[in-house]
Design a protein. Structure first.
Length: 286
């Protein structure tokens, strides 16, 4: 059985030395080279430093020889990409690079449209490779933009992911998409509350003392103290209570007459996380 493999069935590793059959003047011609790291299905040669122009039909691995000047595989960084771009195209403001990304994103979307969003395991290898290449184009430009803006982009991503993880996400039927929750209807009071604010509530009846809420628990306690000092409540106890996410119960505390609680805890208590937003989304859509 032949050890030749069709390029449409299996791809070599980037930079892998291969023997390839290419379509040349209507016939198959055998060539020796290395698999291109930058173009799908292309073989490059030691004597040719540009982008390879010979599209592979079939291939098989071969041993590396002294004549193979294979460029080392490198892990590019935002800094190395930006240096290459500046050396090639000249210094560029990050704005035009970001705008150019719109073109690349459009090409990626068009590629997905052509694939009709089929499951990835049902897409052809050529299609998947093309999609990856479009993603790489966008990622390269994004790295340049981040690097030119200065600072540590990884730290910025870590900080933004902390924000994302702290947010609550749900399907919004009015918008037809999943987005982070900012306001919600609190069940015990029927009020529209802000997930990012703090509320002073009567523990027994769930009455919200100040529906506008407060910027912090400290502000809510100060308001409660001022109200008590004015004689409106008399001798009552007020304290901050928090939700234990493990069992979705309020952390035991003394029996406060009024409590200060965060909007996020109120939301979590009446909407415990399912652990599967996709399942929750489908449920909300029905």
């Amino acid at each position: 059985m032949s050890d030749w493999m069709k390029i449409t069935d299996r791809l070599p590793e980037p930079g892998q030395p291969i023997e390839a059959r290419i379509a040349y003047r209507g016939q198959l011609a055998t060539v020796f080279g290395v698999y291109s790291q930058t173009e799908w299905g292309v073989v490059t040669f030691p004597f040719y430093s540009g982008a390879g122009a010979e599209v592979i039909v079939e291939w098989r691995p071969r041993a590396l020889t002294m004549g193979d000047a294979v460029p080392p595989v490198r892990n590019e960084t935002p800094e190395s990409i930006t240096k290459w771009a500046e050396a090639t195209f000249g210094p560029t403001h990050p704005g035009p690079i970001a705008r150019r990304m719109l073109v690349e994103v459009k090409e990626l979307i068009e590629a997905f449209d052509l694939s009709e969003d089929l499951p990835v395991d049902r897409l052809g290898k050529r299609t998947v490779a093309h999609l990856r290449e479009e993603v790489a184009d966008i990622s390269i430009m994004l790295d340049q933009v981040g690097h030119l803006l200065g600072g540590d982009v990884q730290k910025a991503k870590n900080a933004k992911m902390r924000v994302n993880r702290e947010r609550r996400w749900a399907y919004d039927p009015a918008l037809g998409r999943v987005q982070h929750v900012t306001k919600f209807k609190e069940e015990s009071t029927g009020l529209d509350l802000d997930i990012g604010r703090w509320y002073l509530m009567e523990r027994a009846g769930g009455r919200c003392v100040y529906p506008a809420g407060f910027d912090s628990a400290k502000d809510a306690l100060a308001h409660a103290s001022a109200t008590r000092a004015g004689g409106a409540w008399g001798q009552v106890s007020v304290g901050v209570v928090v939700l234990d996410p493990k069992d979705n119960e309020w952390v035991p505390n003394e029996a406060y007459t009024f409590v200060v609680v965060s909007g996020r805890d109120l939301y979590d208590h009446q909407t415990p996380p399912t652990g599967n937003l996709h399942a929750q989304t489908n449920k909300d859509k029905t």
